[in-house]
Design a protein around this ligand. Structure first.
Ligand SMILES: Nc1nc2c(ncn2[C@@H]2O[C@H](COP(=O)(O)OP(=O)(O)OP(=O)(O)O)[C@@H](O)[C@H]2O)c(=O)[nH]1
Ligand SMILES: [Mg+2]
Length: 313
């Protein structure tokens, strides 16, 4: 009988909803170690049961405060919720996101809520591969709602949030510079706009400007604009309603399936690219050096050298 790998035990415990096992599996995902393939093989049959919600927006917009309130709302309907707070710019978890844990500790004793800050550490594919893997860990552990909060509004954040079933873009009053939103690529990815800090001046202007912008853009789904005061829990029911409406729309139209399929396709391309990159560094290490020398000496052009490298794998 083969000796079970430690990860098999972990997977078994995680499937039973054991929090420590879930936490350790997510660490394993962050590290992207060699066990990952085996872990995913045993987890995968138990995934697919969660609806994922991405929350993105500028630093300090109120994403964490909002997320905590959405978690509470989802719990009211009996959902089991997982939250991943992802910082694409940081290779370390914990530090910058410590505030999130403190902010969300209202759920600390709820066994049906799992909250975790995440970074990539050693994962070759970076955050764009680690995030869907961590989502699967949570799904396999029985969470049927997974919320991904990302800090900032750069390209990688957009990609992460785009990897969710519904994407919430959190804005604040005064932020309503349409050019800024468009530049950040937020107009394309938003399924729902949240204008948070609606207790502040300028809320109505921001909402109006946003709606005008939406009038000009086409697309089957017109993103809803929801005003919230996250700190007071105001507008959360409306936000939850908007999420459920978007979910129902996608399920009815069959676009959810299509959206998930697109995601898998993108993920596969990334896995293959990463695998090849890794093999290049190991199997073709000496050829890589040789080709580098030849290109540097102008004996070969980079494309011809790349073809040779690909051919050698
Ligand atoms: N006035 C007001 N303040 C709010 C509201 N929502 C959040 N805040 C405050 O805004 C600050 C930032 O909130 P966070 O929830 O940490 O924002 P975040 O977007 O998660 O921040 P990062 O994760 O650092 O990007 C905190 O001091 C909150 O208390 C709101 O609706 N009104
Ligand atoms: Mg936050």
């Amino acid at each position: 009988m083969p000796v079970p790998a430690p990860s098999d035990e972990l997977v078994k415990d995680a499937l039973d909803g054991d929090r420590r096992a879930v936490a350790r599996l997510i660490s394993l995902v962050e590290d992207g170690g060699p066990e990952l393939g085996r872990v995913m093989e045993s987890l995968y049959p138990h995934t697919g049961g969660a609806y994922s919600i991405g929350v993105t927006g500028a630093p300090g917009a109120g994403k964490s405060t909002l997320t905590e309130k959405v978690v509470a709302r989802a719990r009211k309907d009996g959902h089991k919720v997982g939250v991943l707070a992802v910082d694409p710019s940081s290779p370390f978890s914990g530090g910058a996101l410590l505030g999130d844990r403190v902010r969300m500790q209202g759920h600390a004793t709820d066994p049906d809520v799992f909250i975790r800050s995440m970074a990539t550490r050693g994962h070759l594919g970076g955050i764009s591969l680690a995030t869907p893997e961590a989502m699967r860990v949570l799904e396999a552990a029985g969470k049927d709602i997974v919320i991904i909060e990302t800090v900032g509004v750069g390209q990688s954040e957009v990609e992460i949030t785009d990897a969710c079933d519904s994407t919430l873009v959190v804005l604040t009053p005064g932020w309503g510079d349409s050019v800024q939103a468009a530049k950040a690529g937020l107009m394309e990815i938003a399924d729902i706009f949240v204008v948070n800090k609606a207790d502040r001046a300028g809320t109505r202007d921001t909402v109006r400007e946003l709606k005008q912008m939406l009038d000009m853009s086409q697309g089957e789904w017109r993103p809803e604009v929801v005003e919230t005061i996250a700190t007071k829990g105001e507008g959360i029911d409306e936000l939850w309603e908007a999420i459920e409406k978007h979910r129902a729309y996608q399920e009815e139209k069959g676009v959810l399936q299509e959206r998930r399929r697109r995601r898998i396709r993108r993920e596969l391309k990334e896995i293959v690219a990463e695998r090849y990159r890794a093999r290049l560094e190991t199997e073709a290490a000496s050829l890589l050096e040789e080709m580098t020398d030849k290109v540097a000496a102008r004996e070969l052009d980079p494309y011809a050298a790349a073809e040779k490298l690909i051919g050698s794998l």
